[in-house]
Ligand binder design. Structure first.
Ligand code: PNW
Length: 483
């Protein structure tokens, strides 16, 4: 991870939050216990070829049964914030009435966290839509936005006395474009018209939930959304066609969500790019006012950027901007309206996901968000996810020395965050993805993002070198020089 001088020691402000993040479906298991019913991901896992080697979420990291030990582990590592998601399919199975047992799990989790001095950060939707709603069209159905707001308010009313940090949606780009156009995530469809409908209804659901929760909130509650960003750069910065390509990718990943939320309107160029897919026809009176309901914090998920070129400049087979599927299911480029734009590979190191390691992209992203969106809105950002999968090689005790890859990746990205803060970006915390190895969606258990190894045979948790190091960073609010 080149770019930052790793020989310096950097101090973060005492109030800067160091924590970790997970998501319900990726760690909990217990998929049919205590009244939980199928989510769209349980159904998708059963589709042959959808998930690596047919893996599913029925056991995962067994967090549902090991929650107190997992919280104790976070405390041992000195992490002050824990971002988790609540499972809609557990709390309102089939989207019917509230399931007290499902809600009780999260209530106990929150108590356990607070008992260890860890601040809970609750995400209401990390992709596990009840399958009963999926069968009615899921997010392509406008009604799902209203069902989401109902669910959000019920969870808020039950936990608002103990949880101050609330996120409506995790990465709506994934639950719309990657899921309904790319075919990669549940429900695994490849229809651009579905994807734009889902994107708008997710935004509407965010706005409706935020409005409802705001009415029930006090001044100490912080409401927000988490978006995943790419940093699109033109392959030839002097070439108009490449600049245009980068603008389109920025539009279809970033501005399509940022502008409605922060400015109350879709960008004109995005509406134009997605005209054929029919984005505009889903927008009704007042939708954009609801979507622009003020938030208190922006969650930033960053993994990598993309170098892009206009097709005429880089002829060859159409390239997938994200990653290629070798699983035989129908796949499509998720960049609706910009399918022909090429991603140009760079000579950068890559993670096990094949994603380019580009920490300076995070610095530029934070400064851009500060200037154009969060600064004018007067709100802070928090890195709600950043981290990396590598092909871990455990020793006989299960210990993974990831100091050369995952640890270096996190170090470089924290240096990028620090540098952005020096230049004026208001960032209040960093939550590493992820606490534990977990179910990496279409890649099943094959890709490991944890700073703590999970032995899926014994369910033993073994902190990797990165976890030991991150604990020292968190305890000292200091990034030491890397040897
Ligand atoms: C995020 N992409 O997913 C999610 O929030 C996590 O649940 C996930 O485990 C993590 O990042 C690592 O993948 C993404 O294709 C999945 O661009 C795919 C993409 C981006 C984010």
């Amino acid at each position: 991870a080149a770019g930052y001088d790793t020989s310096t020691t950097l101090k973060f402000p005492p109030s800067f939050r160091f924590g970790s993040a997970t998501a319900a479906f990726q760690i909990e298991g217990a998929s049919h216990q205590d009244g939980r019913e199928d989510s769209i991901w349980d159904a998708f896992c059963k589709v042959p070829g959808a998930v690596f080697e047919g893996h599913d979420g029925s056991v995962a990291a067994d967090h549902y049964h090991r929650m107190p030990q997992d919280v104790a582990l976070m405390a041992e590592l000195g992490l002050d914030t824990y971002r988790f998601s609540t499972s809609w399919a557990r709390i309102k199975p089939g989207d019917r009435e509230l399931n007290p047992k499902g809600l009780d799990f999260y209530s106990r989790l929150v108590d356990e966290l607070l008992g260890h001095g860890i601040t809970p950060w609750l995400t209401l939707y990390h992709w596990d839509l009840p399958q009963a709603l999926g069968e009615k069209g899921g997010w392509t159905n406008r009604d799902t936005a209203y069902r989401f707001a109902d669910y959000a308010l019920e969870v808020f009313e039950h936990l608002r006395d103990r949880v101050t940090d609330w996120t409506t949606l995790n990465e709506p780009w994934c639950s719309s474009f990657l899921s309904h156009a790319g075919g990669e995530h549940a429900p695994g469809h490849t229809d651009p018209a579905e994807a734009v409908a889902a994107a708008h209804h997710l935004l509407l659901g965010h706005g409706l939930a935020t409005t409802a929760m705001r009415e029930a909130a006090s001044s100490e509650h912080r409401l927000g959304i988490t978006l995943n960003f790419t940093v699109a750069d033109p392959a030839d910065p002097g070439n108009e066609a490449d600049i245009h390509a980068a603008r389109r990718i920025d539009g279809s990943f970033n501005r399509i969500f940022l502008d409605p939320i922060f400015r109350g309107s879709y960008p004109a160029d995005v509406l134009e790019d997605m005209k054929e897919a029919g984005l505009e026809q889903h927008i009704r009176d007042n939708d954009l006012e609801i979507i622009a309901s003020p938030i208190d914090v922006l969650g930033v998920n960053y993994y990598n950027g993309t170098l892009v070129a206009h097709p005429d400049k880089a002829p060859g087979p159409e390239q997938d901007l994200v990653f290629a599927s070798e699983r035989g299911l129908p796949r499509r480029n998720p960049a609706v309206g910009s399918e022909l734009i090429r991603a140009v590979p760079r000579p950068l190191p890559r993670t096990a996901m094949g994603w380019e390691v580009q920490p300076e992209g995070l610095e530029r992203l934070l400064l851009r968000l500060q200037d154009e969106y969060t600064g004018p809105a007067g709100i802070p950002m928090v890195i709600t996810e950043n981290g990396a999968a590598y092909d871990d090689v455990p020793d006989a005790q299960g210990y993974v020395d990831d100091s050369e890859d995952r640890l270096a990746f996190i170090d470089a990205h924290l240096r990028a965050v620090h540098s952005a803060m020096d230049a004026g970006a208001v960032v209040h915390g960093y939550l590493v993805w992820s606490l534990l190895d977990n179910f990496e969606w279409a890649f099943g258990y094959d890709k490991r993002f944890g700073i703590v190894r999970v032995d899926y045979q014994s369910q033993e948790r073994i902190p990797k070198a990165s976890a030991r190091w991150y604990a020292r960073v968190a305890a000292s609010r200091t990034l030491p020089a890397l040897q």
